[in-house]
Design a protein around this ligand. Structure first.
Ligand code: PBG
Length: 353
């Protein structure tokens, strides 16, 4: 009886998965055509969201030293870049603004003639089919470089029970809501809150709906880690904190169960698209969220530091850039991302042709 059972299980196993020499996986790798037929993951230009930095001025195109090939654009030069990207098949851009002046609240962030508001209007006029996504955060606009209102002031801080320098949650929500509405008024298709402030998605959804922007979507930076890989971005967007760090709101790199909780909250608050950021050290988190939240599109942000590493190694001749970039992007998609926010966007679209 026991012997019969053993024999049967053995038979079942071998019919599911024949061993060598009958099984030879290399048969399906013998030619490019055959490899293409059994390929499980395919990159497409539709997968890419292309980040762009816009600043005041005219005729400007300033390269970021740590991100070769990435520039700060003035409005006029930005339009040329967006037109080219559209022509090559890039479906969406993600805008970051560099304001003229910074202050404790970040007033230009919700000004009708703020740099991002101007850029959205200009892009929508020149390239109406381009999906325009805007970053909604305070760090590029505040003089202290933090993503919200800071608990500081002498003799009385806004909240005497919280530490000096603490990023205040609920007062920040009011500002995020104003910023999102002003981006929607300018014509943004999607707003992307990136501050990891509790309740940000709900506050923005309510404000958008209240202002008549029921159709403006929210791409939430739902799982954003306190990462060392944002270094080059902070030069590009001029948004480095003047003191302290972002660990009281961005997630601890050691956690992934907490990512499920963060994501569930954003889903309940009305997020339309989810995100994991950065991408490469968190492929397991991308996979986990894809499995746990199959109903919603998931984006991954291949961040500035990830870009800078590949660029630096390629410039030294240590990596084949094209091959490495396509492998990285494929890996992010294979892990479960539907969309990839990447500075490699334009290059990748050319290479895929
Ligand atoms: C915050 C924001 C940051 C990035 C995107 N949005 C910086 C931060 O949180 O410190 C980083 C993007 C990158 O590194 O490419 N507005």
């Amino acid at each position: 009886m026991i012997l019969d059972q053993l024999v049967n299980t053995e038979k079942q196993n071998s019919s599911q998965m024949a061993g060598f020499p009958a099984a030879r996986p290399r048969r399906l790798r013998i030619s490019p055509r055959l490899r293409a037929m059994v390929r499980e993951t395919r990159l497409s230009p539709d997968d890419f969201i292309y980040p762009l930095f816009v600043m005041h001025g005219e005729g400007l195109k300033k390269e970021i030293s740590s991100m070769p090939g990435v520039f700060q654009w003035s409005l006029d030069t930005l339009l040329g870049e967006v037109e080219q990207a559209a022509g090559e098949g890039i479906p969406a851009v993600l805008l970051f603004g560099i304001p003229l002046a910074k202050d404790p609240v970040g007033l230009e962030n919700f000004a009708p003639d703020g740099i991002v508001q101007q850029a959205v209007r200009a892009i929508k006029r020149a390239v109406p089919e381009m999906v325009v996504i805007t970053d909604v955060c305070l760090c590029e606009y505040t003089d202290h470089g933090h993503c919200g209102i800071i608990n500081s002031g002498f003799p009385d801080r806004p909240d005497p029970h919280l530490p000096e320098g603490y990023l205040l949650n609920d007062p920040t929500l009011e500002i995020l809501a104003r910023v999102a509405v002003s981006h929607a008024e300018a014509g943004a298709d999607v707003v992307a809150p990136s501050g990891m402030i509790d309740g940000m998605v709900g506050a923005i959804r309510r404000a958008l709906d209240g202002a008549g922007f029921q159709h403006t979507a929210i791409l939430s930076y739902s799982t954003k880690y306190a990462s060392g890989f944002y270094g080059p971005f902070r030069e590009a967007a001029q948004g480095a904190p003047k003191f302290g760090d972002r660990r009281s709101h961005q997630m601890d790199p050691a956690n992934s169960r907490e990512a499920l909780r963060e994501t569930a909250l954003d889903v309940a608050e009305g997020a339309d698209i989810l995100m994991v950021k950065p991408a490469l050290p968190y492929l397991d988190v991308i996979h986990r969220i894809r499995e746990a939240f199959p109903q919603l599109p998931l984006a991954a942000y291949n961040v500035s530091g990830e870009y800078a590493m590949v660029k630096a190694a390629s410039a030294n001749g240590w990596l084949d850039e094209r091959r490495s970039v396509l492998e990285i992007l494929t890996g992010i998609k294979r892990a479960g991302a539907d969309l990839i926010i990447t500075y490699h966007g334009r290059e990748a679209v050319q290479w895929l042709k």
